[in-house]
Design a protein around this ligand. Structure first.
Ligand code: GLY
Length: 376
């Protein structure tokens, strides 16, 4: 009898092949009435999630060898060229966009044009570095309220983007990109990771002096709260910084923040609330946070031994099983798999599906089956 991981992968294959054929060159973000109606190639090619669909396609190509996934991934990669060329829409999330598209292509096929795209995106990200504050600036003016100045803002999400810089140093043999990545990781650790293992979302620094002014709740409930997807970006992001640098303080940070995450989901069926410190009602969930954290736990498990390795792997499996049993739509005729995500605590949509939740489910299952390849 096939084990549960193989059964889940078989369902993922059926669903993703059907979606790939239906999408026919469009880039999805989330559904409306169960259908991917918006095409982000047309709607907003610079949108931060536009790498996750090609990331799904490259993971599926790597795991199955099927050409339809590769062809669709190559199409998405070429479509993203417009975002690089336009430049003004680009932001701190160039890692999410090009690690999963061009860099994945280069890693799997050695395509030279993909290497150049990846290095261009890495240079855009590196260009956001503020050397006085030691941080990569988040967002652009058009992403915040007109009265806000975000030139000194850092967000935890950025921890998942800096692997693009580690990659750029690796392929160019030039340590400058990695120097920026570690300086930024150190600033995030100092300003946003709390002693108890929780984290804030946005640290506001003075962009001229680098001094920390305040920490904001951002996509979480409020100042001092604990936005779960931000927590998962920190868990996985520091685990990846450890993979790329072998600096023990990054592994310590990944473990401390992971232990906090595990403790907080242990009473809620291993699925994260949108904010671990949100009021009891409404009881918003965010499955995308749990799934990203599951990948982070599996990454940590690679770098530890014995009972600790087994513990992180077991908690990742609990998250994945709970999600696939209670929060997935497996109908091949409908779009999107993982349900019950939340864009942000104060976002007007209650629960939704989000393309990156599907990406992290796929990556987590492939990791358990030893069929993944490193996107980050
Ligand atoms: N990076 C934005 C988010 O997690 O919603």
């Amino acid at each position: 009898m096939a084990d549960w991981k193989e059964e889940v992968f078989a369902k993922l294959e059926t669903k993703l092949e059907a979606e790939c054929r239906r999408l026919a060159g469009r880039i999805p973000y989330r559904t409306t009435n169960g259908v991917y109606q918006d095409d982000y190639v047309e709607k907003d090619i610079s949108w931060w999630t536009n790498g996750f669909w090609p990331g799904i396609l490259w993971q599926m190509y790597h795991a199955t060898g099927k050409g339809l996934y590769r062809q669709a991934a190559e199409t998405a990669e070429r479509q993203l060229d417009k975002a690089l060329h336009d430049f003004v829409g680009l932001h701190h999330d160039t890692g999410f966009m090009w690690l999963h598209s061009a860099v994945a292509d280069y890693r799997l096929t050695g395509n030279e044009a993909s290497r150049v795209r990846g290095l261009t995106a890495a240079s855009v990200l590196a260009g956001r570095f503020n050397p006085v504050g030691g941080y990569l600036r988040a967002w652009n003016h058009d992403c915040v309220e007109p009265n806000e100045d975000c030139t000194g803002w850092i967000i935890v999400d950025s921890m998942m983007n800096i692997p693009l810089l580690y990659w750029a140093s690796e392929v160019t043999k030039d340590p400058r990109f990695a120097h920026i990545a570690t300086a930024h990781a150190d600033t995030v650790r100092r300003t946003l990771v709390r002693e108890d293992g929780s984290c804030g979302h946005i640290a506001c620094l003075d962009p001229v002096t680098g001094e920390l002014k305040t920490v904001l709740g951002g996509q979480g409930y409020g100042p001092g709260s604990s936005w779960s997807r931000g927590q998962s970006w920190i868990v996985y992001g520091f685990a990846l910084s450890y993979r790329h640098t072998k600096d023990p303080k990054y592994l310590e940070t990944a473990k401390r923040t992971a232990n906090y995450f595990i403790a907080n989901i242990s009473l809620t069926d291993h699925i994260a609330r949108c904010d671990f410190r949100q009021p009891a009602d409404p009881d918003y969930l965010d499955t995308s946070a749990s799934l990203c954290a599951a990948c982070g736990l599996l990454e940590i498990a690679i770098h530890v031994d014995g009972a600790e390795k087994a513990m992180y792997r077991a908690h990742a499996e609990k998250i994945i099983r709970s999600t696939v049993e209670k929060h997935c739509n497996w109908a091949p005729a409908q779009d999107s798999i993982v349900q019950d995500c939340k864009v942000a605590y104060h976002n007007c949509d209650d629960q939704t599906d989000l393309i990156y939740a599907d990406y992290f489910l796929l990556e987590a299952v492939l990791r358990l089956l030893d069929k993944d390849f490193l996107i980050w």
